[in-house]
Unconditional design. Structure first.
Length: 289
C-alpha cells in the first residue's frame, strides 16, 4: 500500500475503529458496510485541469441505469485507419491520466475514445466494481461502437478481460491489459488486512458478495476470463506491483496460450507502469501491427 498522508491515516484509523465496534455488535451489518465501502471510490478528487489534448476532443455523454451520466471524449485521426481504441482507466483514477496515449494513437490513424468510469472524474455515480464497470463499457460499445481494440489499467484491465470473454468476433479485436487483478481473492485479502477485519466480518463480507451475484469469487479473475480467448492480447505487469502482485500471474504466464503476449517490467509498480514511454511504445506498436 502506498504511504498515506496524515489525514488519510486518521481516516483509516477511524474506519478501523468503526468496523471493530460494529463487527462486535453485528458482523452481518459490518460485512454489508465493508462491501459497500470496497465499491466506493475515494472521495472526489481535487479539480484537475484538463490536459491540452482534451481541449481538442469531442465531449461525449452517456446515460446509464439509475439516471447515472458518465462523461467521455472522442478524437478522430486526420488520416483514419478505420479502427477505434477504447481506453479504460483504473480504480480511483480518471481518463485524463492517459493523455500521453492520445497523440501516438491518432498518429497511427486510430479513433480514440474513453470515459470516466461511474463514480470517477466528471462522471456521476457512487459505486464501482467489475459488474458496474462492465455494464458501462457495454453501453459505450453500443452507443459509440464499433470498438475494435481495448486497453485498460487495473480495474479497467480486469473488467476488459471479462468483456473479452464473451465478445463477438474475437479474432477481430485486440486487448491490452495493464496490471489487472489476476486473483480477486488477493485484492480482497489486501483490503481485509488494511482494514484489520475480524474473521466474522470477513465471512459476512463474502456472504454479502453472494447476495449481489450468483457467481463465485474465482469467476472474477483476469486469467480465468481470457484463458480461452482466441484473439490477440498484450498483458503488461510490473514485478514490483504491490496492488496486483506479479506472483499471482506467474503460473498463468508460464502456461498461457501463444496468442497472449507478456511485457514484464521492473521498478514501475502499479500506477507508474502505464506511464512508461517504453510501455506506451509497446502498446501502440501492438495495436498498430
Amino acid at each position: 500500500m502506498a504511504k498515506l498522508g496524515f489525514s488519510e491515516r486518521m481516516y483509516l484509523q477511524y474506519l478501523r475503529t468503526k468496523f471493530s465496534t460494529i463487527g462486535k455488535l453485528s458482523p452481518a451489518i459490518a460485512g454489508k458496510i465493508a462491501f459497500d465501502l470496497f465499491c466506493t471510490p475515494y472521495p472526489k478528487y481535487k479539480k484537475t485541469k484538463a490536459p491540452a489534448v482534451f481541449h481538442q476532443a469531442k465531449p461525449l455523454t452517456l446515460e446509464l441505469k439509475e439516471d447515472i451520466t458518465i462523461k467521455g471524449y472522442e478524437w478522430n485521426a486526420n488520416k483514419p485507419n478505420g479502427k477505434t481504441v477504447l481506453i479504460c482507466h483504473g480504480y480511483a483514477s480518471n481518463f485524463y491520466k492517459f493523455e500521453q496515449y492520445i497523440q501516438p494513437l491518432l498518429k497511427e490513424g486510430f479513433r480514440v475514445i474513453g470515459f470516466d468510469a461511474p463514480g470517477h472524474g466528471k462522471s456521476e455515480g457512487k459505486y464501482i466494481n467489475i459488474l458496474i464497470y462492465k455494464e458501462a463499457i457495454e453501453h459505450i460499445m453500443n452507443a459509440y461502437g464499433p470498438i475494435d481494440h481495448f486497453m485498460g489499467h487495473s480495474l479497467g484491465g480486469i473488467t476488459l478481460a471479462m468483456v473479452a470473454e464473451n465478445i463477438e468476433n474475437p479474432l477481430t479485436h485486440k486487448f491490452v491489459l495493464i496490471a489487472p487483478a489476476t486473483k480477486t481473492t488477493t485484492t480482497f485479502d489486501n483490503y481485509f488486512t488494511m482494514m484489520r477485519f475480524s474473521e466474522p466480518v470477513k465471512e459476512a463480507f463474502y456472504n454479502e458478495l453472494k447476495t449481489r451475484t450468483t457467481l463465485p469469487v474465482t469467476f472474477f479473475e483476469a486469467d480465468r476470463a481470457i484463458e480461452k480467448y482466441p484473439g490477440e492480447i498484450l498483458w503488461i505487469h510490473d514485478q514490483g506491483d504491490r496492488v496486483c502482485p506479479y506472483q499471482d500471474l506467474v503460473n498463468f504466464k508460464n502456461n498461457a496460450p501463444q496468442n497472449i503476449k507478456f511485457m514484464i517490467t521492473n521498478d514501475l509498480g502499479h500506477n507508474k507502469v502505464y506511464k512508461s514511454p517504453a510501455v506506451i511504445d509497446q502498446i501502440v506498436a501492438f495495436l498498430s501491427a
